[in-house]
Design a protein around this ligand. Structure first.
Ligand code: GLN
Length: 540
């Protein structure tokens, strides 16, 4: 028997609804249940692949090649499961499917309407994972805030689910601001938000109150009275030092027990110990490890940066914690080095440098200058996708004597196109078919025995997730390898260069993939783990 837990948001966006959803899922999982999660994004895009990360946050890549909202990343990291792309539902997909069906005569004779045709399509998509895989709980997070035009039909669909006999619980995540000098937590915005939700026909079962400080009992009772629920179903969700501690915050308030009681479900064996120990240990690590992320997504001010690179940041944290360190992550705008090359010296102050994935021309020269500097100064380096491509460009130029070598993404007329299109991409770009057409999702690679990469992975056959159009040009592989930079991981047919390493350097590693998408707490991504280990070693 499946239960749906629907998570909606109120008052303001950016409350960490994704973390809340993932955390509720986590406590259910730790109580022995089989849990998955769905993210609903009310925008008209079919997926997040064509969204700018600075506007919407990182584009998350699934095993099956979906380009998805970053919240799916939170679910995977917290629940330690792989989530397929069909578990991200957007308005674009839903309307696309309904319009296709209408054109194909599936509703022949009927007037096709938002209710019931669009809502039926939404419900079918929400029900699909449990029907196919037999979950105990499906978490369903509805993006945006109650009161937005664009999520009305999704709210209507989940309202109908309960009416149709489905065992559903509604969780509303709101904001309780603490006002200035008085320091008083104000509940009015929450009251208004729940009022809106009830107008739609949804009575929340739980209210998760996000706030700077813990919500006291007086405030809880006030929210309860005005929102028509019991005081014990108002859960305080105050700011905390580590997002992975949120499940424990909920557990302290017995949220799981309360959920199970409302649904009449039995409590299974609880296994919270390992998670608790993990979180408490992290709090004791005090050896700082300073990692610089050199990128170009810096045009909109610092506050959004962590969203653009969230999986890279989380992967650094997981790896640092695995090595009993406290990560200190700093952003470095690669354009700085284009304007003031002397500033490259600041890189000496870092224990490790990452050049993450990226697209387009801006900031490229600064990234190449960074890579040259860390290579020549033995600073541990990890290049992710674009970060590997540019390391190859730099090496070709400086060490292999291929003056003017480049990626054709930057210079179509380069005399040495060491990074070039995957051949099937030529027609795609010519026809402007940009949506979902990159090399996407999980691909296998064979690692060279005894290479550093194979040692880090502890195996020679691995898979990682991809999202790119360009590759190392096979024509130049021999020359580059003869000069010392080795491609120690390749596609099974040997054509695509998936991993590189420079044996003469303490840690100069790159991959065409995005290993950050498979990093999880307690299971760090091997290449990030390697970076931290090397950083610790050079620091000592
Ligand atoms: N822009 C490069 C490509 O398309 C790198 C992409 C990335 O870093 N994900 O191949």
């Amino acid at each position: 028997m499946v239960n749906y837990i629907i998570v909606t948001g109120g008052v303001i966006s950016g409350l960490g609804k994704g973390i809340t959803t993932a955390s509720i899922g986590k406590i259910l999982k730790l109580h022995g249940y089989k849990v998955t999660a769905i993210k609903i994004d009310p925008y008209i895009n079919c997926d997040a692949g064509t969204l700018r990360p600075t506007e919407h946050g990182e584009v998350w890549v699934t095993e099956d090649g979906g380009e998805i909202d970053q919240d799916l990343g939170h679910y995977e990291r917290f629940l330690d499961v792989n989530i397929p792309k069909c578990q991200n539902i957007t308005t674009g997909q839903v309307y696309g499917a309904v319009i296709d069906k209408e054109r194909n005569g599936k509703y022949l004779g009927k007037t096709v309407q938002p209710i019931p045709h669009v809502t039926d399509e939404i419900k079918a998509r929400i029900r699909k994972p449990a029907t196919e895989n037999g979950y105990d709980f499906v978490m369903v997070e509805i993006g945006g805030t109650v009161g937005d035009y664009e999520n009305v039909l999704f709210l209507e669909a989940v309202r109908q689910m309960k009416l149709e006999g489905e065992k559903v619980l509604y969780v509303h995540v709101t904001y309780v601001p603490v006002i200035g000098a008085l320091g008083e937590a104000k509940t009015k915005p929450t009251q208004h938000s729940v009022k809106l939700l009830r107008e739609i026909g949804i009575q929340p079962d739980f209210i998760i109150a996000r706030s700077e400080k813990p919500i006291d009992d007086v405030r809880k009772e006030k929210i309860a009275l005005f929102c028509n629920i019991s005081g014990e179903d108002v859960i305080s969700d105050s700011d905390i030092d580590n997002v992975y501690a949120v499940p424990l915050l909920f557990e302290d308030q017995q949220l799981c027990k309360k959920i199970l009681r409302k649904l009449g479900r039995r409590k299974e064996a609880v296994d919270l110990k390992a998670w608790k120990t993990y979180i408490n240990r992290i709090r004791t690590y005090d050896q700082k490890i300073k990692i610089g992320i050199v990128g170009k997504y810096f045009d909109i001010g610092a506050f959004k940066l962590s969203d653009s690179y969230i999986s890279v940041i989380e992967a650094v944290k997981h790896a640092a914690w695995n090595n009993k360190c406290k990560p200190k992550i700093e952003w470095i705008d690669s354009k700085l080095f284009e304007q003031k090359p002397a500033k490259l010296k600041i890189l000496d102050g870092f224990d490790g440098i990452i050049v993450p994935g990226g697209f387009g021309l801006s900031g490229i020269d600064g990234k190449i200058a960074t890579i040259k500097y860390v290579r020549e100064h033995n600073i541990p380096y990890l290049g992710l996708c674009l970060g590997m491509q540019l390391a190859v460009v730099e090496y070709a130029r400086t060490i292999c004597g291929l003056k003017g070598a480049n990626t054709t993404e930057v210079d179509k007329d380069t005399p040495y196109p060491v990074i070039d299109f995957i051949p099937d991409q030529v027609n795609i770009i010519r026809d402007s078919r940009y949506g979902a057409t990159m090399r996407l999702g999980s691909y296998p690679a064979n690692l060279q025995k005894d290479s550093l990469i194979a040692k880090l992975y502890k195996e020679t056959k691995v898979t990682e997730r991809h999202r790119h159009r360009y590759e190392v040009n096979p024509k130049y592989v021999e020359t580059i390898e003869q000069h010392g930079l080795l491609f120690t991981g390749r596609s099974p047919d040997g054509v695509l260069m998936e991993f590189m390493e420079l044996p003469t350097h303490p840690y100069f590693v790159g991959t065409q993939a995005h290993p950050e998408f498979k990093s999880r707490p307690m299971k760090p991504a091997p290449l990030f783990d390697g970076l931290i280990k090397a950083a610790k070693k050079t620091k000592a």
